[in-house]
Design a protein around this ligand. Structure first.
Ligand code: SF4
Length: 221
């Protein structure tokens, strides 16, 4: 794994997908709910489920107090409603119990490590969800690794073949320059969705091929 190669990948991705800058803080509880909904489903369906919740409940506290069946109905479209409903409710309950209110805005004042530790101590919040909340709500320098990033970075040879999602998250959070993590995360996902797709990656039109381990092994160039 070579950090210098990561810089080259960042530059090439920027040429294709643009420079991305973190500009706007988002509601961290909303980000948490959105990320739980996004597990094992398409973006389209998880957005629809999220919008259903926003329409149905006037705030997160109303959702927390509502009947399980009402939440389940609204998020059915995102799949695994029987798993996601208790996961969301329990996380909200726990935040309320520990903080006295249903807000995660205090995380802004903590450093990344402390914020991450707090989120991970809540049942149902895994490594990726915790990282997404910190990166997207506050611009903290931590790199969530989803299935696209995991696949693309392994193919490129900038991640160890055997690295788990969590190990990849730790590695990239440590080696990618802090100011580039947000951009690297978003552009890698775009690349994974549009070019380096799971089946039949579109290597012929890929600008990253001269750096790519998979390409070299497959095409010998
Ligand atoms: S050359 Fe192929 S495998 Fe490598 S990053 Fe591009 S699309 Fe993915």
């Amino acid at each position: 794994m070579r950090p210098s190669k990561i810089s080259a990948v960042v530059k090439l991705l920027r040429r294709n997908f643009g420079r991305r800058k973190f500009t706007k803080q988002t509601d961290p509880v909303g980000e948490l709910v959105k990320t739980i909904l996004s597990q094992n489903t398409s973006d389209r369906n998880s957005f629809r489920a999220y919008n259903n919740l926003k329409k149905r409940f006037k705030n997160w506290d109303a959702l927390r107090k509502s009947k399980v069946a009402a939440i389940r109905r609204e998020i059915k479209i995102a799949g695994l409603a029987n798993v996601k409903t208790p996961r969301i409710r329990e996380a909200l309950e726990e935040i309320k119990r520990r903080r006295g209110s249903l807000s995660l805005r205090f995380l802004r004042g903590l450093n990344t490590k402390e914020g991450y530790a707090f989120l991970r101590s809540i049942k149902g919040i895994g490594p990726k969800t915790a990282a997404v909340v910190l990166l997207f709500s506050f611009g903290k320098p931590i790199m969530p690794v989803d299935t696209h990033i995991h696949r693309v970075t392994k193919r490129l040879g900038i991640l160890d073949e055997k690295a788990t999602h969590e190990e990849a998250q730790e590695y990239f959070s440590a080696v990618v320059p802090k100011g580039l993590i947000y951009e690297f995360h978003i552009n890698l996902i775009s690349h994974g969705r549009e070019i380096c797709v799971a089946r039949n990656p579109r290597c012929g039109i890929c600008d990253l091929k001269r750096l790519c381990k998979y390409y070299k092994e497959r095409y010998g160039r």
